[in-house]
Design a protein around this ligand. Sequence first.
Ligand code: 6PG
Length: 480
Amino acid sequence: MEKLDIALLGLGVMGQNLALNMDRNGWKVGVWNRHTFEPFDRLAEFITNKAKGTGILGFGELDSLMSQLKTPRVIFLMVKAGDPVDEIIDNLLPLLEKGDIIIDGGNSYFKDTERRVRDLAEHNISFVGCGVSGGEEGALNGASIMPGGDYKAWPVIKPILKSIAAKAEDGTPCCDWVGPGGAGHYVKMVHNGIEYGDMQLIAEVYYAIKHLLDYDNGQIAEIFQEWNSGRLKSYLLEITTKILRHKDYSGHYVLDLILDTSGQKGTGKWSATNALEMDTPLDIITSAVFARNLASNKELRSVMHNHYNLNEHTPVYDGKDLISILESSLYAARLVGYAQGFSLMHVASEEHRWNLDYSSIALIWRAGCIIRSSFLNEIASVYKESPFIQNLLLDDDFNRAIKSALPQWKKGVSYMLKEGFPVPVMSASLNYFLGLVTKNSNANMIQAMRDYFGAHSFERVDCPRGEFFHENWLDTENDS
Ligand code: 6PG
């Protein structure tokens, strides 16, 4: 039998679709699934249905699959992040040889990936933590792929991964080597964080249009559809339009039937936690995570609603004016969300010495992934021209765009707050931006209080940086 190019382990929908994508691109694929008979025989089901007529081969035992692979063996894991990845690696190790490659395509925590890269290197096995974005559709027809880890693996896996990646408009595959250690999964984590922020922003704007203008879902869809043909063009806006229009068999908008509690798997929280660990502001992503936390407690919100019994009203603002205000607000807030995500990667790259190439990351995100949007070409050019730019918002074009959106962005946030609608992410983005452009901030007061109660000392405006002073605050002789 002709040897196989790659083994795909884990036949959830993503795994199945990736296997089909590899097969369609001419690779000989062998597949295996862990829970063969729970709740049904997923392997047999896949082989006899979706994989029927393809060259994909199913294996019940890992050892027989490993013995059929070309060397170095390439094994692509598409299993649940966490312990299942370590369990499979433990089972694989006795079956592998020096130089073999394991790729983890799940949403694994980057610190786990760092550990696995290190541990497997001791066995001379190359480990690659590979971000894969694009959901089921991307897995089948072209995903955005972010591999990182042991670079020795790259020449071997590059043709396979590039072939199954989405292609940008200029035909370039949305896949490139990201960096060593956990860099690939880190970049995917930040991608997901930006996704959280963007989704929450869209949700806030949808809610504002619905309540401030009293529009129905079809009317809101028309607005979003129009926006999606301009500077806000993005996959998330495109699907929002489709979601808004979708009706069930009885003619009801399905969106209106969905309970307002949101779930999450953890990548947004990891981004927020990591930003805190690295002392880097990440207001937009963090507020989006908190918004989901608050939304998930429907019971408490119902109790509070009854307890406070605030007046609810649906003011009708001037439609045209408000829509333009919200478009500018969404544009500016979204741009700031991307800028924060890239800033976080910048700090992490320095900390871990990953040497991330931000232009290349923006290019990888141009197609296939969930946050694909028209911004990304512009972001890629900014980083290509100025790879060491400290913050995306320092770019001249973005500066002009934000400056012209700012008056409307402020209006948008204040309208919504005035009417009592929570806009945690829209306001977080504006607050962050205003803080960022404030040369003389209120932190002098923070330092004074810290020094007053804890003698924590402070620097002075009239002395060089790095000199610290303590004031005797209890000496009030000269006070006014
Ligand atoms: C992607 C998605 C994908 C997944 C998220 C959902 O890039 O294809 O981001 O990774 O849908 O993990 O995350 P939550 O369940 O946390 O919203």
